[in-house]
Design a binder for this molecule. Structure first.
Ligand code: NFS
Length: 643
């Protein structure tokens, strides 16, 4: 059995894995081990259970069946499975976006709404791209029309997604030529489900074309709308100090963990825990107060805007409960493990509550969240934590003494202001930095953790290698939390790890070498930052011309698959660890590695060694620099001491 140090790269996780083992508590790592050997057909992408003539599987060695009962071959089956993954990911991000649009509509049309319009500048920007006339209208009317238009974008039947029209002109042309310009978000996802039904699309290239289009409807549609409407409602982030890791839990306070993805709920809980009445209630229960912390992407959302500490990333959710100090675990949608039920029930006093009608589990409490009673429900949820605190067993409390400072809260807009100065906001200094060879380029490192990979290791090693080579790293999701845990999100980190050119830039503007851009829907911020770089000029006409690359080095979710595909479809060279489940389908796999690049200008690579993967990205960035005829780099990469 693997040791804690092989399972996770950071000390707090290792410490809690020891606690898990000595207490006989199961984790995702244990369940993965018990699952071995995992289904080889599934891994290769060549089992199909889309109809009841199956399940069918293709023999990867060529001796057995090469077609399913309907006649579908390995390429068809694997492509169908893969684009269903894209549909799942795009649906998750986009349904989140739809909920935000509904919250915005509530804020704009319900006089008693607990939400308000916090960012009017953003409201006007979004109104502009959604083609909402603003002349002579007040804030609420504009917000209502923005919300209604956004909701319409999900169900739009014909035409082009308005948010996608923000991409550089050359990119839009490329999408149109390839026939993958996204129409409505829901429509693209539904069309995947239709095409992958028995007896519809059996051409892997044609299937993948729809996969590309659906992924684009996520990145440039559902996710982008989620980000932008959240900024309108909760305020566009600006740099803010925060901390992360399990040590942010506090032994003498009621600890409330909000876990999942949608800030419509967590922002209200932030308000609730600041109310005197609830704080007094916590004190009456014997605690010193209430400590609100986040988990997974909800953590990123309230960290970016409110500076609320992030207790942990995806694989730390069970470890967090095992500290014995979590009184309420409040979950909404995505990335929470059903395993939490048994863990909380069997070993701890922790009150696990689901809040979304879309996400329930047997054995947990359910307090349903509704936008129109948001604050009242938030208070009720905090109350569950205070009540549970009274049952807490102090002898079971074990909180690792481990937390790291960080700066979060960067956005496409802020990067702009920061680099150009408040009075001349512009991407010019960033572009000039790249042109002059002070910066090699830009990389987006994003995505999940996966117990198949030593937790956080790939993220951290990849990011270090990139910044050492003067590549500015933009990060989101669980990758951002891993980087922050390692201390890379402080301005001082630049002097420890970054190359000299990147160091100079960080010093001039006072930023970390790794910028936290938010949750996974906020990968749309990376798309917009890249778009701004193209529009600023001097670095080509299209996103695919930029000295830039993307990666998800510990991916696991369908959302990550959708993100990878919209990065590639946007022209970005993108590296994932391991591979996607396509190895059993040679033509499809070849298409992914080669042909798709011809169509969209972005390219896939698969590499599990994080440093080698970083070098694939650096090589690509160097190639782009050469194609743009940019000069040599100013400085050699810095040497880093081993360990
Ligand atoms: Ni992204 Fe966020 Fe984390 Fe992966 Fe899950 S929390 S939306 S899917 S695991 S990065």
């Amino acid at each position: 059995m693997a040791e804690p140090k092989d399972k996770a790269a950071n000390a707090a996780s290792q410490e809690m894995l020891e606690v898990a083992a000595s207490g006989g508590m199961e984790t995702a790592w244990d369940r993965l081990e018990a699952m071995q050997p995992q289904c080889g057909f599934g891994e290769l992408g060549i089992c199909c259970r889309n109809c009841s003539m199956g399940p069918c599987r293709i023999d990867p060695f060529g001796d057995g069946p090469q077609r399913g009962v309907c006649g579908a071959d390995a390429n068809t089956i694997a492509a169908r499975n893969l684009i269903r993954m894209i549909a799942g990911g795009a649906a998750a991000h986009s349904d989140h976006g739809r909920d935000v649009a509904n919250a915005l509509l509530d804020a704009a049309s319900n006089p008693d709404s607990d939400y308000e319009i916090k960012d009017e500048i953003k409201l006007h920007e979004v109104a502009k791209y959604l083609q909402v006339e603003t002349e002579g209208k007040d804030k609420l009317q504009i917000a209502r029309e923005v919300a209604e238009t956004a909701l319409g974008q999900f169900g739009q039947q014909e035409g082009e997604l308005l948010s996608a029209l923000q991409a550089p002109e050359a990119r839009i042309e490329r999408w149109r030529e390839a026939g993958i310009m996204p129409r409505g978000v829901d429509r693209e996802i539904v069309e995947i489900m239709h095409r992958t039904h028995i007896g519809v699309d059996a051409d892997y290239e044609n299937l993948m074309k729809q996969g590309l289009r659906a992924a684009l409807s996520d990145g440039w549609g559902g996710s982008m709308l989620a980000t932008d409407l959240q900024d309108i409602l909760f305020g566009g982030p600006t740099p803010i100090r925060g901390k992360t890791n399990l040590g942010v839990l506090e032994a003498d306070k009621v600890n409330i963990v909000v876990h999942g993805h949608e800030p419509a709920l967590s922002e209200m809980i932030v308000e609730a825990v600041r109310e005197d009445e609830l704080i007094e209630e916590a004190k009456a229960a014997g605690a010193k107060g209430i400590n609100l912390v986040g988990m997974c992407c909800t953590a990123n959302e309230i960290l970016m805007r409110q500076g609320i500490p992030a207790a942990g990333s995806f694989l730390q959710q069970e470890l967090g409960v095992m500290t014995g100090a979590v009184d309420a675990m409040i979950v909404d949608v995505q990335c929470w493990m059903p395993a939490l039920v048994e863990l909380c029930d069997t070993f701890f006093h922790t009150e696990l509550t689901t809040t979304s009608p879309k996400g329930k589990v047997r054995g947990a409490h359910h307090i349903e969240f509704h936008e129109d009673r948001a604050l009242e429900i938030a208070r009720e949820l905090v109350h569950t934590g205070i009540e549970a605190y009274k049952q807490r067993d102090a002898s079971k409390v074990h909180i690792p003494d481990d937390q790291t400072d960080l700066i979060a809260g960067f956005t496409a807009e802020y990067v702009f202001e920061m680099l150009g100065g408040r009075f001349h906001p512009s991407y010019r200094p960033l572009n000039d930095g790249v042109i002059a060879g002070r910066l090699r380029g830009v990389a987006g490192v994003v995505g999940c953790e996966n117990p198949k990979v030593r937790e956080g290791y790939n993220h951290v090693e990849m990011i270090k290698e990139l910044i050492r080579n003067d590549v500015l790293v933009l990060t989101t999701g669980c990758s951002a939390l891993a980087a922050a845990r390692d201390g890379m999100m402080t301005p001082e980190a630049a002097f420890k790890v970054a190359g000299k050119g990147l160091q100079e830039i960080c010093e001039a503007v006072g930023t970390p070498p790794v910028l936290h851009l938010g949750s996974c829907v906020d990968n749309s911020r990376i798309l917009m930052a890249a778009t701004q770089m193209v529009k600023e000029g001097g670095l080509g006409e299209d996103l695919s011309d930029l000295p830039a690359a993307g990666a998800a080095p510990e991916w696991m979710s369908e959302k990550a698959v959708s993100i990878g595909w919209y990065f590639v479809a946007s022209g970005v060279f993108t590296v994932f660890d391991r591979t996607m489940p396509t190895l059993g389908a040679p033509d499809l796999h070849q298409y992914i590695l080669e042909d798709v690049g011809e169509i969209v200008g972005g390219k896939w690579a698969f590499e599990s060694d994080p440093v080698a993967a970083a070098h694939l990205m650096i090589d690509h960035i160097n190639e782009r620099r050469e194609a743009l005829k940019l000069g040599p780099m100013m400085y050699e990469p810095v040497e880093v001491a081993a360990g």
